[in-house]
Design a protein around this ligand. Structure first.
Ligand SMILES: *Cc1c(COP(=O)(O)O)cnc(C)c1O
Length: 414
């Protein structure tokens, strides 16, 4: 049993080693990614993966759950403290499963959802046609104002009154600004709809108090545990006491079987880390770094959707500064120099989602490495230089060299 993976399965072991090296030697700037601590990795790679624990702490369908109960209770208590929610469910396997849990708790197939469109920053699980949410429910979507890049709340209110949804969703994958959660609450109230706030991307920023918290303004809040909070891959649901039982039964047995207790342990450990005072500093730095990067890119003539950012990500609209360059080409050119980002649609997109006219850049992972203002200025120059000359070998050699030096100076895992 004690033999190491390297001996028992060299192929998988080698692929894992290579991925670790890739993470060390490239700058991960995909806005939804981060690096968890060794402690979270240890919890996720533990014997808890062996344990079946259908049900909830104190009320399981299997024996031998005393220790996993303790782990799940710790995750729940810490989450309640981080976000101030009345009720928390830490079992969703992912953010998508968390949204499914909420929908199943209060909606019937055919009920109406009003959410942000994918091409304007929304998420597949908010009702896209290729996702279960778009297939089960009657979905209409709002968009951002193409001029300002911001949600137009008067237009949202008008749309809500016209459509009369059962559930209104705030939250996004690629919206660089804060949502006005109070306004969402009042619009949802006016049309007698539930308000679900999906804070997948910003769970950590909200927990640290550097972004507004929707918990007092929403019936349900869902989140990811692996984006701006470093608690390992998974999802979480928070809700008012009123919906606690419905949410719990919508997750299990409604849409999942046994919880992934090793991941629940990762959540408990990562939430514990987020309760430490250093986490607030980290989250503040994530936002400061995004703002620094935004201003460097703007100084180089790039335009950003909404003109900047309030949080951990920015969305570069290439159409004005580099009309010939697609998001796909920009992603590939930056990848060549070790800077990993993703192509992204921009409001009013005319190219396909596989090509796009924009790129999304996020700061959570490089901030975990220890990046501050100086490093973000260097990153901004690398991005701007490569986008200006995406096929120039000399420019790319210089950019690769700068990325390599930054990676060496700021290792992820010592
Ligand atoms: C990332 C994200 C999710 C969750 O995604 P999973 O990959 O299913 O964990 C949900 N909603 C939004 C808005 C997201 O950005």
């Amino acid at each position: 049993m004690a033999r190491e993976l390297r001996q028992t399965d060299p192929k998988v072991s080698e692929a894992i080693d290579h991925e670790r090296e890739r993470q060390e030697s490239a700058l991960g700037m995909i806005a939804s990614e981060n690096h968890v601590s060794e402690a979270v990795l240890e919890a996720q790679g533990s014997v808890l993966t062996n344990k079946y624990a259908e049900g909830y702490p104190g009320a399981r369908y299997y024996g031998g759950c005393q220790h996993v109960d303790e782990v799940e209770n710790l995750a729940i208590e810490r989450a309640e403290e981080l976000w101030g929610a009345e009720h928390v469910n830490v079992q969703p396997h992912s953010g998508t499963q968390a949204n499914m849990g909420v929908y199943f708790s209060v909606l019937e197939p055919g009920d109406k959802i009003l959410s942000l469109s994918l091409s304007h920053g929304g998420h597949l699980s908010h009702g896209h046609a290729v996702n279960f949410s778009g297939q089960l429910y009657d979905v209409e979507q709002y968009e951002v104002d193409p001029e300002t890049g911001y949600v137009d709340y008067d237009e949202l209110a008008r749309h809500a009154h016209e459509f009369d949804p059962d559930l209104v969703v705030s939250g996004s994958s690629a919206y660089p600004r804060e949502f006005d959660f109070e306004r969402f609450e009042s619009i949802a109230d006016e049309v007698d709809a539930y308000h679900l706030s999906d804070i997948a991307h910003i769970t950590g920023l909200v927990a640290a108090g550097v972004h507004a918290n929707p918990v007092p303004h929403a019936d349900f809040v869902t989140g990811s545990t692996h984006k701006t909070i470093r608690a390992g891959r998974g999802g979480i649901i928070m809700c008012t006491e009123e919906h606690a039982d419905d949410v719990d039964s919508a997750v299990f047995p409604g849409s999942q079987g046994g919880p992934l207790m090793h991941n629940v342990a990762g959540k408990a450990v990562g939430f514990g880390e987020a309760l430490e005072p250093e986490f607030e500093e980290y989250a503040r730095q994530v936002v400061d770094n995004a703002k620094t990067l935004a201003s460097v890119l703007q100084d180089h003539g790039l335009s950003l959707v909404s003109g900047g950012t309030d949080k951990h990500l920015l969305l570069v609209d290439l159409r004005e500064s580099h009309p010939e360059l697609t998001g796909k080409e920009a992603e590939a050119a930056l990848d060549d120099v070790g800077l990993v980002i993703n192509k992204n649609t921009v409001p009013g997109e005319t190219r396909s989602p596989m090509v796009t006219s924009g790129i999304r850049i996020g700061t959570p992972a490089v901030t975990t490495r220890g990046f501050g203002e100086e490093e973000m200025e260097a990153v901004g120059e690398v991005v701007a230089n490569v986008l200006d000359d995406p096929t120039d070998d000399e420019v790319k050699r210089e950019a690769s060299w700068r990325v390599e030096r930054l990676c060496d100076e700021f290792p992820v895992y010592e």
